[in-house]
Design a protein around this ligand. Structure first.
Ligand code: MRU
Length: 359
């Protein structure tokens, strides 16, 4: 693979990958450095994995889930002891630490629960080594399933878009946000593979600029036409008739279809409704949380004020000013034309239809 300072010249990059056996290593692309520097980092211990998730070195709901699953394997490389009781205690401590990193993306908790269930299902006399092997197998399965789900999402979603359309997206729901290929961006990739030409408008996505830094980086690599806009330009872009659809990802979708995604998504959905532009949300079933009746119950991550007042180094607000920095918002189901998951298209977005497809 040819590399440049900003990464592979092909689409062939691994957002995260496990190298070796149970004593192997977790590698992640440090996404905080993109688009100007492409660097893979090795998360040597549990603290490093937690830090990488908290600081958004690895981010995007499905990728956080996969990272947490491998993070369990990393966490058990130290302090697990030789006996099963010590291992089980360490496993719970590792899961608790990973679960405390970010609250909104349900994929994190979903993946950790899958890991816990593997250990719980193994008889008490199973060796520590065997338990660790089975946990690594499960993490690899979560990784592989995510790749498959993304491909299927792309296939289903591509049918909703027509050749020549302009499409707006918010944040980054691409290969960098998943094990590979993405959710919202998978729809664009699959449309391209089906011979359709799209023009994508990528909201820059304040305050951490996942759209400007990551979505445009990915789309350029795939040879998809992309234009970065300020978040506040989205309504004007719709008014000018430049986009015929909006596709975003999600971090958690409640039983009624309300969908949490990166802050600013709700405003985009409102603007889309005002301009009669269909608004689609693409997400795997691992992002649905049917235990929550509505989006009102989705925990919204609050992040540091400095992300707004000193984003990327320069001070842009007066010292000591009050800041409110929710990292996500909730788009009500009534604004979502359809949900695109690996099992197909969910339309209309109702509790009954979601239950039918996802439960
Ligand atoms: O804070 P981030 O960068 O983790 O937020 C990511 C998003 O909001 C994505 O749109 C979402 O996780 C879907 S990723 C397929």
């Amino acid at each position: 693979m040819t590399m440049t300072a900003t990464g592979p010249t092909t689409t062939d990059f691994s957002t995260l990958r496990w190298e070796g056996d149970i004593d192997g290593r977790l590698w992640l692309i440090d996404q905080t450095l993109l688009p100007t520097e492409y660097r893979e980092i090795n998360c040597r211990d549990l603290d490093a994995v937690c830090e990488a998730i908290r600081m958004l070195r690895v981010r995007g709901a499905p990728a956080i889930g996969v990272a947490a699953a491998y993070g369990v394997c990393v966490g058990l490389q130290n302090g697990a002891g030789d006996d099963r009781t010590a291992l089980d205690a360490r496993l719970e401590a590792v899961i608790d630490a990973l679960a405390a990193t970010r609250p909104t993306a349900v994929n994190l908790f979903w993946a950790l629960q899958r890991m816990r269930e593997v250990a719980v299902s193994l008889p008490a006399d199973t060796s520590v080594e065997e338990v660790r092997q089975r946990l690594l197998d499960e993490a690899r399965a979560i990784d592989a399933e995510d790749r498959q789900m993304c491909r299927a999402i792309g296939r289903h979603g591509a049918a909703l878009l027509a050749d020549g359309q302009g499409v707006l997206t918010h944040c980054n729901a691409g290969g960098l946000a998943t094990a590979d290929y993405g959710t919202a961006l998978a729809v664009f990739y699959a449309a391209q593979e089906a011979g359709k030409t799209l023009h994508i408008y990528a909201d820059e996505t304040r305050p951490l600029l996942q759209g400007a830094r990551l979505t445009s980086w990915e789309l350029q690599r795939r040879g998809i036409d992309v234009t970065v806009i300020c978040d506040s330009a989205a309504a004007q872009v719709m008014r000018e008739g430049r986009v015929q659809a909006v596709v975003t990802g999600a971090d958690r979708i409640a039983a009624n279809g309300d969908a949490a995604n990166k802050i600013g998504t709700y405003s985009v959905a409102l603007a889309a409704a005002a301009h009669d532009v269909p608004f689609y949300v693409a997400a795997p079933t691992s992002t649905f949380d049917l235990s929550l009746a509505s989006g009102d119950e989705i925990p919204i991550e609050q992040r540091a004020a400095e992300e707004i007042t000193r984003g990327f180094g320069r001070q842009t607000a007066p010292e000591g000013v009050a800041v409110y920095n929710p990292a996500f918002d909730v788009t009500p189901a009534r604004l979502i034309r359809a949900l695109i998951c690996e099992r197909g298209i969910i339309e209309p977005v109702t509790t009954a239809r979601i239950k039918e497809v996802v439960a």
